[in-house]
Every structure is written in structure tokens, then in C-alpha cells.
Design a protein around this ligand. Sequence first.
Ligand SMILES: Cc1ncc(C[n+]2csc(CCOP(=O)(O)OP(=O)(O)O)c2C)c(N)n1
Ligand SMILES: [Mg+2]
Length: 278
Amino acid sequence: MNDQQIAEYALNIRRLIIKMVHAAKSGHPGGPLGLADIYATLFCDPEIYRFNPKKPDWDSRDRLLLSNGHVCAVRYAAMSLAGFFSEKDVLTFRKVGSRFQGHPSTKYIPSVENSSGSLGQGLSAATGIALGKRLQGKNYNVFVCISDGECGEGMTWEAATAAAHHKAPVIAFMDYNGIQIDGFTKDVCNLGDLEKKFQAFGWRAETANGHNIPEIRKSLRDAVNRLTLDPDMGPQIILFKTTLGKGVSFMENAPKWHGTPPNDEQFADAMKQLGVAV
Ligand SMILES: Cc1ncc(C[n+]2csc(CCOP(=O)(O)OP(=O)(O)O)c2C)c(N)n1
Ligand SMILES: [Mg+2]
């Protein structure tokens, strides 16, 4: 797909996120909207992320983990648009008995590689899976999405230390939006310079614009190519600067929209901004 088609895919992800959270009358719209361009790029560029919606547990699929599980609406929406399941299905989001719980579980959805919601665990899980793949001589890639809020958790840094020590072939990417549940990270728990921190832990780290599709595409492709050339290069992270709520003006960069569903009026306004009359 070309960059324009990826942007269109991202717009459709955003529309579906808003529909899901509105239908559920609960959930997290902000983080998912901020990640839509990154997930669209992943799901549209097979030179980055390889998967098969017809065979979701295909053994050679790349492993895409989600550590900040509360943003799973973006993952469900991207998967639905890729043909894993119907829109009608994902609109059961957060309902009792639905596969599409507000925090994702491996029990219900193949190719969701880790259950999450309890923050801080994804980098450890990805490190273990990446080391396991090396032991087994498999050649899939291991990606993991983490958040900046999770960098306030000790376990993230334990994983960062171990991944560097073992030169784990992990490609991490961060939703670096400067916001967590209680407000701006600089006020709640200042995280400092996360690029420098990961570098100090022995990672290859770079920062990129999480809303610029050519830039997202290049940084992820480069990470994959680097690892193909040198499987022992060690862990890499791309810190994607994102805007929480991106695409819906009243949600943008406003911590309230971390975990608040839009009411009917806000839903209509959001959908209008995303080019859909309701
Ligand atoms: C171990 C753990 N501690 C606390 C929480 C409560 N919690 C849910 S989301 C969140 C904020 C996390 O920050 P981030 O992922 O950056 O939030 P976002 O950018 O999506 O607003 C917190 C503290 C949790 N889910 N798990
Ligand atoms: Mg955040």
C-alpha cells in the first residue's frame, strides 16, 4: 500500500475506535487514537509486520505484543480492517461475554500474543519470546508496543537490562504522548529523557514522529532490516512522539480522554471530524 492508502486505513481505524468506545459506553479512546497511524503502518506494510488473518496462529507470523493493554481498541480495529473479524464483532467491545475485552487476552483472540492490562509486563514478555525464538532457530520478528506511563514501573527497566544483556532481538515501540492516567507525565512522575535512558541501558533508541506515515514506515523498516543484517545486534526501540486523542480536536492532548467514552453529542462531533455524518 502507498502512504496515502495507509493514511486512509488510519482514518478508518480512528472511526472504528470511536464507534467501539461509544457503543461500550466505557473504555479508552485517547491512547488508541494516538496510535492509529502506527498500527495502520504495521498492518499495511508486509515488509514490516507479517501476519495472516486467515491463519492467525500461523507459526511463522511475526509476534506483535501489546504491553499497555488499555489501548487495545486500536489493535482490534486494525485487525478487523485487515480481515481477522467483522466490524459487527468488534462492536461488542467490552460487553459481557465478548471476545473483545477492554484489556486483551490470549484466551480469546489468536495472534494476540500476551494478555495485558496490568502495566509494565510487555517488555519482559517480548524479551522472553525473542530469546525463545533464537533458541528455536525461528526467523519471525518480535514487536512490542509499550507506553511512556509504563516507564514509571520498575519492571520495564528490569526487562530493558535483561534484553540488553542477552542481546534479545526485540523491536519495541513507544506511545510517547507525555500523558498517563492521572495527567501529564511531567507532573505525575517525570520520566526524563527516555531516548537517553534506553541508550544508557544498552538499547538502540531513536525518536520519530508517530503521525508521519513515511517516517513511521522508515523507522520500522530500518529496525527490521538492521536486525535481519545482524540478528545479534540487541534490542531496539522507536519512541514515537504521539498526541493522545489525535484526530478529534476536543480529545487531543487532554488527559481526561485517557479513559472517558464520548457521550452521544461528543460521538456525533467526533465522527463528523473524522468525515462521517451520524
Ligand atoms: C500495574 C498497573 N498499575 C496501574 C494501572 C492503572 N493504569 C491504567 S492506565 C495507566 C496510565 C498508564 O500510562 P500510559 O499507558 O502512558 O497512558 P495513556 O498514554 O494511554 O494515557 C495506569 C496507571 C495498571 N493498569 N496497571
Ligand atoms: Mg502515555
